[in-house]
Every structure is written in structure tokens, then in C-alpha cells.
Ligand binder design. Structure first.
Ligand code: SF4
Ligand code: SF4
Ligand code: FES
Length: 313
């Protein structure tokens, strides 16, 4: 099979020297995985190179890193396909997690967040004692199946901007795991689970990075949106969920009266005049104040909108 020489630039790291880039050249064919590239670099050129990999088939979740800036599993990435027109590619450790050495990071913070959501089914006592039987329909299983496919690779959390900014946010993987049990009728702790998840669910910015990078198509952002759907029945409000309720009401009110979501009105209705004024000062400083007054007309055929809203109720 035809081979090509590629240059792999690896951002190495150790406590003594800090971070530095080192380049390696080797020949690969179109089926060479990045884990194979790293194995060959380590065994043929640089025994000091540190990285994690085990299954080489996207199952164990251990080979997470950034390849050309994209959070990826090395074993799912073909070297030649990822190389640029000069046949070069860059490999770094994941963002967010503290570096241990080279491509290895310490992902304890990832597991801490998973543990916080009670990541186990807690069934009725009769089931635990073996006296009862609780079945799940195939339809119900389909609903939760996607969210339990996580291989704990940590890529979604490393790509999530909200995790980096907000320490109270549980992060995408923990939300997928937590919601998987909220939506399982065999579980007995739905309310406690919502207490753990609801406030955090509204700290996600819906940027969909977790959706983009997940190698298992777990779609954590969808789990977060589904958790938010429980807000109407949820009793344990926090300042964040109170704001979320105001936001929901404002969206509904705006669509009912204008046919669309007018961003500046939505902001004012959700956060109130005081908060809006604080941000107005920031907008003024950054030269964006003019956008707050952009003219935005109502939808013409409001009768159709009202019919749709009526159908919704
Ligand atoms: S959609 Fe939410 S959870 Fe996913 S990466 Fe963006 S902020 Fe994080
Ligand atoms: S949800 Fe996806 S990206 Fe996140 S840890 Fe699980 S498998 Fe990895
Ligand atoms: S080596 Fe197991 S997921 Fe890549």
C-alpha cells in the first residue's frame, strides 16, 4: 500500500521543562491510526513520549487528546486524513484537565462530576431483595439508551466552555449520565436527581460542542434540554431556575404578541431593568450598544401564530 511521510508535531510537557513542541517524521498509509503513529514514535524514536491508549477501537476512552486543535480519540483518527497539505499535524493534550506528562492529563475532575449525579440505578427494595421484577419496554429503553453509551473519554468536558467558566456546572457527561436515570421508570430517586441536575442544566450555553466532539454520539446537550423540560413540575427553585422560568415566560409572551423572539426585549424581560442596564454599559464600552435598538418588526400574519400557540396549549 502506498505510504507517505508525515510530520507529527507533539506538544510535550513535564513538570521540570514545562510545555514544548517536538517534531517527528514517519511513513504511514491511509489506514494508520493516530494511536499507531504514537506507538511507533515511542518505540522507534522517543521512548520518553507519554500517552494513554488501550483498546485501539474507540471503546476504552483512554486515548483522548487534541489533534489539529480538535478534541478527538487518537484511535478513531486516521493520520493521513488529518494531515494538512504539507503532510503535517499537531497533537496536544486535552484542554481543561491538568497536565501530567506529554499527552496524559489528570481527569479526576471529570469523574468527580460524574459521581455527583448518583450514576447508578437505585431501584425499589423489592427488586434489590430479588422479590420483585421490574421490566422496561423496548420503547423506554430506546429513550435512555443513547445517554448510557458514554465511554468516559472526557472529550466533551474538555471542549465545553461552560465547564471552564462556571464551577457549579456539572458538565455534559455528568448530565447525560444523570438524565439517563431521571428518565428510567425503574429508578426511585427522580426528585433527588432533579435536585442535583436542574440548576446545573440551565448553566449550559447550548453551544453544541459536546455534541460535535463525542465519539459515541451520546448527545449530552440533548440530555440537558430534556432535563430542562422537567422545569414545570420541579419544586426546588434556585436563583438560576427562577431566571429560567422568567426566560420561558418571556419567550412565550414574545411569540404570542409579536410572532418572534426579539432578543433585546427577551433580555429585558428575563433579567429586568437593573441587570440590563449593567450590560448596557458593557455594550456601550464595546461599541455594540446600537444593536440593542435595532428595529425588529412583528410577524405579519399573527392569526396563524395565535392558532399555533392555541394548539400548543
Ligand atoms: S452544549 Fe452545553 S454542555 Fe455541551 S459543550 Fe456547550 S455549554 Fe457545554
Ligand atoms: S459523553 Fe461522549 S464525549 Fe463525553 S465522556 Fe462520554 S463518550 Fe466521551
Ligand atoms: S484506545 Fe481505547 S478509545 Fe482509543
Amino acid at each position: 500500500m502506498e505510504e507517505k511521510e508525515i510530520t507529527v508535531n507533539i506538544k510535550k510537557y513535564n513538570e521540570k521543562d514545562g510545555a514544548f513542541w517536538k517534531s517527528y517524521k514517519l511513513s504511514v498509509d491511509k489506514y494508520t491510526q493516530m494511536t499507531e503513529v504514537l506507538r511507533r514514535i515511542k518505540s522507534e524514536q522517543d521512548p520518553s513520549l507519554a500517552y494513554r491508549a488501550s483498546c485501539h477501537m474507540a471503546v476504552c476512552g483512554s486515548c483522548s487528546m487534541k489533534i489539529n486543535g480538535i478534541p478527538s480519540l487518537a484511535c478513531r483518527t486516521m493520520a493521513l486524513q488529518s494531515a494538512d497539505e504539507k503532510n503535517e499535524l499537531n497533537v496536544e493534550s486535552m484542554d481543561y484537565y491538568p497536565g501530567v506528562r506529554d499527552l496524559i492529563t489528570d481527569i479526576d475532575v471529570f469523574y468527580d462530576k460524574i459521581y455527583q449525579v448518583m450514576p447508578r440505578l437505585i431501584p425499589d427494595d423489592s427488586i434489590v431483595s430479588g422479590e420483585g421484577e421490574q421490566r422496561m419496554t423496548p420503547e423506554d429503553q430506546t429513550e435512555v439508551w443513547k445517554f448510557q453509551e458514554c465511554i468516559y473519554c472526557g472529550l466533551c468536558v474538555s471542549a465545553c466552555p461552560s465547564v471552564k467558566e462556571d464551577e457549579k456546572f456539572l458538565g455534559p457527561a455528568a448530565h447525560a449520565k444523570g438524565f439517563r436515570f431521571v428518565d428510567d421508570d425503574r429508578d426511585t430517586k427522580k426528585q433527588e436527581r432533579l435536585d442535583l441536575l436542574m440548576d446545573s442544566a440551565f448553566r449550559c450555553t447550548s453551544c453544541y460542542m459536546c455534541y460535535e466532539v463525542c465519539p459515541q454520539d451520546v448527545q449530552p446537550v440533548i440530555a440537558i434540554k430534556k432535563t430542562r423540560n422537567y422545569l414545570d413540575d420541579y419544586k426546588g427553585d434556585t436563583p438560576v431556575t427562577i431566571m429560567a422560568r422568567k426566560h420561558d415566560d418571556a419567550v412565550e409572551d414574545l411569540i404570542e404578541t409579536t410572532g418572534k423572539i426579539k432578543e433585546s426585549s427577551l433580555y429585558l424581560k428575563t433579567f429586568g431593568f437593573g441587570e440590563a442596564m449593567k450590560d448596557a454599559v458593557n455594550m456601550f464600552k464595546s461599541g455594540k450598544f446600537k444593536y440593542a435598538f435595532e428595529k425588529d418588526s412583528n410577524v405579519k400574519n399573527m392569526e396563524e401564530i395565535k392558532k399555533l400557540m392555541g394548539e400548543k396549549k
